[in-house]
Structures are given as C-alpha cells and as structure tokens.
Ligand binder design. Structure first.
Ligand SMILES: *[C@@H]1O[C@H](CO)[C@@H](O)[C@H](O)[C@H]1NC(C)=O
Ligand SMILES: *[C@@H]1O[C@H](CO)[C@@H](O)[C@H](O)[C@H]1NC(C)=O
Ligand SMILES: *[C@@H]1O[C@H](CO)[C@@H](O)[C@H](O)[C@H]1NC(C)=O
Ligand SMILES: [Zn+2]
Length: 385
C-alpha cells in the first residue's frame, strides 16, 4: 500500500498537463473495469455509418516483400522508454506500431507523448483489455470510445486502427468498430513472448523470442506482421534483439499503416466528428440533436473537446485536411510540455515501476494457470498497471 499511496501522491504532479477527469477511476492494484457503457453512443455510431465494412489487416501488404510491420502491445509501461531508446539508435532508426491500453495510458501519458512524438504509430487497444466478443454492443463501443479519448488527450489525433485484445474478433465486433471508422489489425507472426513470462529466465525469454524471428527469416516469406509486448521488462528486453534480426536480414521495418500504404493513420472523420460534436461529454446531445449529425456541434463544449470543435470547423465528416502535418506540429509541442514536467514524471515512473514490480512477482506465480486459459495468441494476463 505504501507504493500505491506514493503513486497517488505523485500522480497529480505527473498528470498536471493532461486532463483525465473524464476517465473512470480504478484501483491501480487491480485490473480496470470495462469502460462505462453509453447506449446513446451506440445509437449514434450505428446511424452514422451502418453499412461500413473494412477487412481486418492481418499482414503487412507491401509490394516490397522485405517490408515488415513490427507491433508492440499493451503499453505504455515503464519498459517502453527503453524500447524507444533502442528504436532511435542511429544504426536502427525504425518506426513501429504501439497498441496502447487506455487505462494504462493515464499513468504514463508522457511515455505515450514521447512514442508519438518520435514518429511511431499509435493504435487503439481498448480501455480495459477485455475480450470484445464477450461484451455487449454498448460495452464494445465504449471500450473503443474511451481508448480513443485517452489517445486524443495526449496526441490530439483520431486513430483509424484498433487491435482487439487477444485477437478476439467476430462479425459483430468488426461491424461495431467499423461504424466508428475503425479497422482491426491483428498479426501473422506471433512471438509468443507472453507465454514465457514467469516461466523463463531473461536469457531464455530472449533466446525463445529471437529463435522465432530467426525461423521466420529462414523461411524468407515475404512481409510479415509481428506481435511482441512492451508491457513487461522481459518481453520488452526481447524487442531489441528481435528487431536486430529483422534489420540484419535486410527487412524494412515500418508501422502497420505505412506498410499497407495508408499515409493517414489518424484521419478518422467519424471519431473526429463524434468528439467535435461534444457527444463524449454530453451524450444527450445525440438524442436532442439527432444521431448522425455530422456538421458543427453545439457551442460551449469544455476542455479538449471544445478545442477539437474549434479546429474541425464545419466539416461534414470527410477528410481532415492537413492532418499529417498538423499532428506532427502538435506532437512537437506536446513533447516540449512533457519535457518541462519531466522531473515529476520521473518520480511517478519510479513509483509506478515499484507497483509493477510487485505485480510482476505475483503474476509470475499465478502465470502458469492463467496462460492455460489463453486462446487468442495474446497474453491472457490482465494488463492494468
Ligand atoms: C472471448 O470470448 C468468447 C465469447 O465468450 C470466447 O469464445 C473466447 O474464447 C474468448 N477468447 C479469449 C481469448 O478469452
Ligand atoms: C524456451 O527456451 C528454453 C530454454 O532455451 C527451452 O527449454 C524451451 O523449450 C523453449 N520454449 C519453447 C516453447 O520453445
Ligand atoms: C545497433 O547498436 C546497438 C548499440 O551499439 C546494438 O546493441 C545493436 O545490436 C545494433 N543493432 C544493429 C541492427 O546494428
Ligand atoms: Zn494486448
């Protein structure tokens, strides 16, 4: 409890430049609950775009067979900065995709800001890392809305891609996400790094994960979309040696959107309109204004939604002009703000690492049993910080 108390004491300092007052509160020593359901949101999205259909992205479909999509899930964590340090080494210098959990982001907002500022792709990985296929329609929508809200708070962008936890997806989940302008991204090269947590030493972890990558290189299959986790110290530590293998094999590592030829991974007009219209803070506007309204929202929205409303103008939900350049400029200024607050952030990170360390030891013990329940090829352990 002392660690928790320390974290709570430090959190306001670390989070001062971001507003998470809208976020569901939870005990950081327990998994977060599913995001609060909001039937009006479901009503809105179903009416906005009921027939949209997007195929899941399961591999890196580049015409260049050497291009490879590298993805890191379940962060941000205290191990993420080490991964970022590696990725920007002059002899490495690659961009990857990070699929972040909304509930985790609020504890390490500066880490997400840095990830984004350094040019990596940010994708939604839900609010609580729940199995979407087992949730109601309202819960599925809410899990995605809250994770989008979290990413927006820090990056001011609206992602077009999400990754369903455990890779668990079905036609219903796909249709609900598509109605929000979201496309699912899974993977076809699973490092199974999660399966060694608590069972292997660090060197075994690295040797097992790298042997998967070596095996994939030996087949010389074109492209590939690999899955690893920057959540735990050991799975994060396996990322540099596995990326080294790709690089030395001549593979060209890219974020997922880039490798499938999408230059605008954050150009999601459906989400942009949803937030700009104030439907997040005031779902009742959906009923009164009519769901599916895609022009200007009512004035007077507070906080960052108000800012979004101002910048979006009277768009009809079509493309967001200049979003690439705009997001770069915004990310730089976010980075500057984070830099100023770095002292407090570092203290909070130390506290958080201590909490995580305890959780990690507990997980090591409970791990084998939990992994037996894993079905989807992703970690079955819950990922709340
Ligand atoms: C997700 O939930 C569905 C429906 O309850 C279930 O069939 C599936 O096994 C679950 N997947 C995982 C990875 O827990
Ligand atoms: C992981 O590595 C250890 C030690 O090298 C080995 O004994 C074990 O069989 C490997 N696990 C898998 C699933 O390959
Ligand atoms: C890049 O340099 C780092 C630090 O010297 C080293 O650990 C890593 O293996 C190198 N990677 C490649 C692909 O050269
Ligand atoms: Zn995950």
């Amino acid at each position: 409890m002392t660690h928790l108390a320390l974290l709570i004491a430090l959190a306001p300092m670390a989070l001062a430049q971001y507003d998470f007052s809208w976020a569901p509160k939870y005990d950081v020593t327990k998994p977060p609950a599913t995001a609060p359901a909001q039937p009006l949101w479901t009503q809105h999205f179903k009416q906005v775009n009921p027939t949209a259909s997007y195929a899941d992205v399961t591999t890196c479909n580049s015409p260049n067979p050497l291009v490879w999509g590298a993805t890191f899930d379940d962060g941000p964590s205290p191990s993420t900065p080490m991964v970022l340090d590696y990725l920007r080494l002059p002899n490495v210098s690659v961009k990857a995709s990070f699929w972040v959990i909304g509930a985790n982001v609020q504890f390490l907002p500066d880490v997400l800001a840095r990830t984004f500022a350094e040019g990596h792709e940010i994708g939604l990985h839900t609010w609580s890392h729940s199995n979407l296929t087992s949730l109601t329609d309202d819960q599925v929508i809410s899990e995605l809305v809250y994770s989008a809200r979290t990413v927006y708070e820090i990056t001011k962008v609206y992602p077009k891609y999400y990754r369903p936890p455990y890779g668990a997806i079905d036609a219903r989940v796909r249709a609900l996400a598509n109605s929000m302008g979201l496309t699912a991204v899974t993977w076809n090269k699973d490092s199974r790094d999660w399966s060694y947590v608590g069972k292997s030493t660090l060197s075994e972890m690295i040797s097992n994960v790298t042997s998967s990558f070596r095996g994939w290189m030996a087949t010389q299959d074109p492209n590939g979309l690999s899955l690893e986790h920057d959540l735990y110290p050991d799975t994060a530590a396996a990322i540099p040696p596995s990326m080294d293998i790709l690089i030395r094999a001549g593979r060209v590592i890219q974020p997922v959107a880039q490798c499938i030829g999408d230059a605008t991974p954050y150009d999601n007009p459906v989400l942009k309109t949803f937030f700009a219209n104030g439907f997040f803070d005031n779902p009742s506007l959906i009923a009164s204004g009519g769901a599916g309204v895609r022009t200007t929202g009512p004035a007077g929205e507070t906080g960052s939604n108000g800012a979004a409303s101002g910048s979006s103008g009277t768009g009809s939900g079509t493309s967001v002009s200049g979003s690439s350049d705009g997001s770069k400029a915004k990310s730089l200024s976010t980075g500057a703000i984070v830099g100023i607050a770095v002292g407090c952030g570092a203290a909070a990170l130390v506290a958080l690492t201590a909490v995580l360390g305890i959780r990690y030891q507990k997980k090591k013990k409970a791990d084998a049993a939990k992994q037996a329940q894993t079905l989807g090829g992703e970690s079955a352990f819950v990922t709340a910080l």
